[in-house]
Design a protein around this ligand. Structure first.
Ligand code: HXC
Length: 260
């Protein structure tokens, strides 16, 4: 399969995954979803990786949704497979062991909003627009939106957005906690890179385990989440990074982490 709709660029310890299908505003058809899955699976195995940015090509769209022309012809059985493929792609991205930042550079609608929601957090450009407009098409979000949006912004906000299909601007998305920061478009990738660079100076094992503790614990009872935290905290004491981090502090010098 020639890969044309998803581009992966690795620069040092950071990767950028870009959906690049301009004729359809980067909409996700089956082929693009498969390319995304392959890209994410390839990154999952890279021990040297410290962070990933997910973005869209061009200045208009992050991803304008699942491909409506492809969905038009689907019966329920094909739709089940398509939904399962999309959910699997979002799960593979969400499960990447390193921080994943969505840099939303325009429309993030339907499956595009769901792609951003699969990332650890979202930065947006001023021209970004968010929405889950599936009910306008007679369907519901199918790539995780009913679940991940609800967990992020709460039931009432998620219901308002999903029931109305409203498209909101970046400022409103920030106000409801969907987006963390809004910057002018030319600064968007720099904003995401700067966060990853700050993260990249910290203990890599600690970052991976913090992500694991947050993600595994978030949907559990507090006591069960705290059990995960205790284990992760104690495990890290056997790492070279933990010894180096504390030693460097006591010796008043910057740490040199090795990820072990
Ligand atoms: C297929 C799409 C598309 C999409 C845009 N295009 N979005 N093609 N699927 N999701 C195509 C248009 O058909 C058009 O093709 C070209 O991209 C440019 O789009 P325009 O509509 O001409 O641009 P504009 O008028 O500026 O409007 C931009 C827009 C609008 C507001 C983003 O395109 C739009 O509403 N798109 C659909 C958004 C949406 O409903 N997304 C949710 C999909 S459902 P031509 O050939 O005419 O140039 C979904 C479900 C996920 O995501 C779960 C599934 C299981």
């Amino acid at each position: 399969m020639a890969e044309v709709n998803v581009r992966v660029q690795v620069e040092g310890p950071f990767a950028t995954v870009m959906v690049d299908r301009p004729k359809s505003l980067n909409a996700l058809d089956s082929r693009t979803l498969q390319e995304l899955e392959k890209a994410a699976a390839g990154l999952a195995g890279r021990e040297d990786l410290r962070g990933v940015i997910v973005t869209g090509a061009g200045e208009k769209a992050f991803v304008a949704g699942a491909d409506i022309a492809e969905m038009m012809e689907m019966d329920a059985d094909r739709a089940r497979h398509f939904g399962a493929l999309g959910q699997r792609v979002m799960d593979v991205i969400a499960a990447l062991p390193v921080p994943v930042v969505a840099a939303v550079n325009g429309f993030a609608l339907g499956g595009g909003c769901e792609l951003a929601l699969a990332c650890d957090f979202i930065y947006a450009s001023e021209n970004a627009r968010f929405g889950l407009p599936e009910v306008s098409l007679g369907v519901v979000p199918g790539f995780g939106g009913t679940q991940r949006l609800t967990r992020l912004v709460g039931r009432a906000r998620a219901k308002e957005l999903i029931f109305t299909g409203d498209v909101i601007d970046a400022a409103k998305a920030k106000e409801i906690g969907l987006v963390l920061e809004v910057v002018p478009l030319p600064q968007l990738l720099g904003q995401a890179r700067s966060a990853l660079e700050r993260i990249g100076k910290k203990g890599p094992l600690a970052i991976r385990r913090a992500k694991e503790a947050i993600d595994r614990g978030a949907d559990l009872e507090l006591a069960d989440g705290l059990t995960i935290e205790r284990k992760v905290f104690a495990d890290l004491f056997d790492s070279a990074d933990r010894r180096e981090g504390m030693k460097a502090f006591l010796e008043k010098r910057p740490p040199v982490f090795t990820g072990r």
